[in-house]
Design a binder for this molecule. Sequence first.
Ligand code: PLP
Length: 474
Amino acid sequence: MSPEEFRASGHQVVDWIADYLRDVREYPVLAQTTPGALIASLPPSGPDRGEPMEAILEDFRKLILPGITHWNHPRFFAYFSISGSGPGILGEMLAAALNVNHMLWKTSPAATELEQVTLGWLRQWLGLPGEFFGIIHDTASTSTMHAILAAREAAAPQARLTGEFPALVLYTSEHANSSVDKAALAVGVGLSHIRHIACDDQFRMRPEALESQIEADLAAGLTPFCVVPTVGTTSTSSIDPVARVGEVARGFGLWMHVDAAYAGPAAVLEEFRHILDGAAQADSLVVNPHKWLFTPVDLSVLYLKRPEVMRRAVSLAEVPPYLASNDQAVNLTEYSVQLGRRFRSLKLWFVLRYYGREGIAAVLREQMRVAAELTGTIPRDERFEIAAPTLFSLVCFRYRGSDEENRELLDRINATGRAFLSGTQLHGRFVLRLAIGNLAASREDVMETWELVRSLAPVPTDHGSVPPGSASPA
Ligand SMILES: *Cc1c(COP(=O)(O)O)cnc(C)c1O
């Protein structure tokens, strides 16, 4: 592709992106398509002869877009909503253009050092101690896998050489993200040795239950090695008592890894600093700027108190000759399983600079204010109840009816294409989740979505409930 052709197509693409970000509300949030539709619309084999960009971009618009669920849509309230912010997108474009791989310092000194600088800024904003060393991974799943690998190294250093280790047991809560279990699995912890500690009525890990489970496992000859509390669980955004859990972990000499993937950024706000109380005592902590910090997917940050343990965990008996380096600098590949690395810190640097600490705090504060307002509004419709405390920007609620009615309500909401919510299971009952997190989501977006939910909810009568649209019994 000649520079001139690149320039012409590039301008078209940037114009399209600007229009898309302006008009994203006009698309259905959830892709209104059926399984296999895109596959059926594309040729079964790739083209023998190259095609013009025009044709490729045309098919992007015509064929790909209808199959996109718009995570950028301000009424995307499912899972945890995210934002591909303008500065983040621009940083991503430049990183793609540079296409560097900073596996070693010398393979891109600025990419190596900018990663340390941006993660240092973020660490300060979160109020974490200066000794925490940050490294970027693609997702929290990968960050947590590395943390648990370091925990294994600390508990069973011989495993690196022999592949043999005692029956390691990992502790997390019944509300932990599934990525914790997968990470443990990848590191060699058997599924039957992952303990999901019971929670209290507000979905927080019970430290006494943790303590007695560890004692029982020790008595059974097993080897407890790692505890993973969560700050902002996925179902309800509950906060495990990290300080207490940390005391228990230290008492038994276990590694503590804090999963703050979603809620961590809230600690940028002075009045939310306390959510990371006890995290200074952690051995590691994960936070995802691609979740609630306006950074395009993917970018997860792993902080390590003792990076030398991580380094030992992935070090080989001998450095391969093609990677030998005697720079007096950090070579990031020495701290992770992956060799190659994308220049992800560039987009984070753009985001942190463009919004600034106060700008970020203002957006998060407003999103939490609106979540609190919605939490106060929901019970005014007697058909609904709040299902969990609203601690951040996630509201859990349910229709006071059967699980079946709640599931049907969720399907009706999502089928409109006007908003996208998700569900979860709490105390054995199905509940709806509305997570505010997109930069463009306004109070009106939230309140109008609530009105949409109300309009689609069954109306109870003396003879049972009547779904909207069905004829009322005579
Ligand atoms: C989303 C989430 C994860 C998983 O994040 P990925 O980056 O998708 O791997 C882990 N833990 C918590 C608490 C989460 O909310």
